[in-house]
Design a protein. Structure first.
Length: 218
C-alpha cells in the first residue's frame, strides 16, 4: 500500500506529538517530518517531499500563510491542509484558500475529520471543516446581498423588465401598450421609472445596457 506522506507543521511540540500519535494509527498515512515554523516547513518540504503538509497558521519566524504561498509556488504538487484554532477559523479561512491551501480544518475537529481531510486533498479534492464551510456560506450570502443591492437591474419590477426588453427590441410605447394590454400613459410611466432606476437617459444607452445584460441579442 502506498502511504500518504505527511509533514506536520506547528510551533507547539505537544500539538505535533499529538498529531503524530494519531496518524501513527492510520494505515495509509505516514508522518515523514515535523517543523516548528514556516521557514523550517520549507526546508522540510525540500528534504522530505511530503504529499500533504498540515500547516498551522500562527507561527513565529514565518507564518503558515506565507509558507503555504512559497510551498505552492516551489512545489505545486504538494498539498496543504491548513490548521488553526477554533476562534481563528473564520478570520483566516479565505486567506488560507487564497494562499493556495486545498483544505482548512480547526484543531478542535474530530480525529476522523483530520484523516478525511488528508485523504481528500491527497486525491486532489478540497476539504473544509464545518466552521470553514459556514464561513464560505456566510460570505457568499453577504456578497450576494451586496451585489443584489448594488445592481440596479435587481430593483426593477417584473413589469419594468418586460417594458425594458420591448423598448430595447425597438418597440414604441404605443406598441408595448397594445402588447401588454396597458395604456400608453402607463407604459410611459414604467419607462420613466426604469430609466431613472438604471440611471439611463436615452434609448441608445438603454439598448446598450440591454445588450450588456444579455436581455436582448444583437
Amino acid at each position: 500500500m502506498q502511504k500518504i506522506r505527511v509533514l506536520v507543521v506547528d510551533d507547539h511540540t505537544i500539538v505535533r506529538d499529538g498529531i503524530r500519535a494519531l496518524l501513527a494509527l492510520v494505515a495509509d498515512i505516514e508522518v515523514v517530518g515535523e517543523a516548528g515554523n514556516g521557514k523550517e516547513a520549507l526546508e522540510q518540504v525540500r528534504q522530505c517531499c511530503p504529499d500533504v503538509v498540515l500547516m498551522d497558521i500562527a507561527m513565529p519566524v514565518m507564518d503558515g500563510l506565507e509558507a503555504t504561498r512559497r510551498i505552492r509556488r516551489e512545489f505545486p504538487d504538494t498539498k496543504v491542509l491548513m490548521l488553526t484554532q477554533y476562534n481563528e477559523g473564520k478570520e483566516y479561512v479565505f486567506s488560507a484558500i487564497e494562499a493556495g491551501a486545498q483544505g482548512f480544518i480547526v484543531k478542535a475537529a474530530a480525529s476522523s475529520d483530520l484523516v478525511s481531510g488528508i485523504r481528500a486533498i491527497y486525491r486532489g479534492e478540497s476539504f473544509l471543516s464545518p466552521i470553514a464551510a459556514k464561513a464560505f456560506v456566510e460570505d457568499y450570502q453577504r456578497t450576494a446581498s451586496v451585489r443584489t443591492k448594488n445592481d440596479p437591474y435587481q430593483q426593477l419590477t417584473d413589469r419594468e423588465r418586460e417594458v425594458l426588453k420591448l423598448l430595447a427590441e425597438g418597440y414604441s410605447a404605443q406598441e408595448i401598450a397594445e402588447s401588454l394590454v396597458l395604456s400608453t400613459k402607463t407604459v410611459e410611466g414604467y419607462k420613466a421609472s426604469l430609466m431613472s432606476k438604471l440611471d439611463i437617459h436615452n434609448r441608445t444607452e438603454l439598448i446598450k445596457y440591454a445588450i450588456r445584460k444579455k436581455i436582448v441579442e444583437l
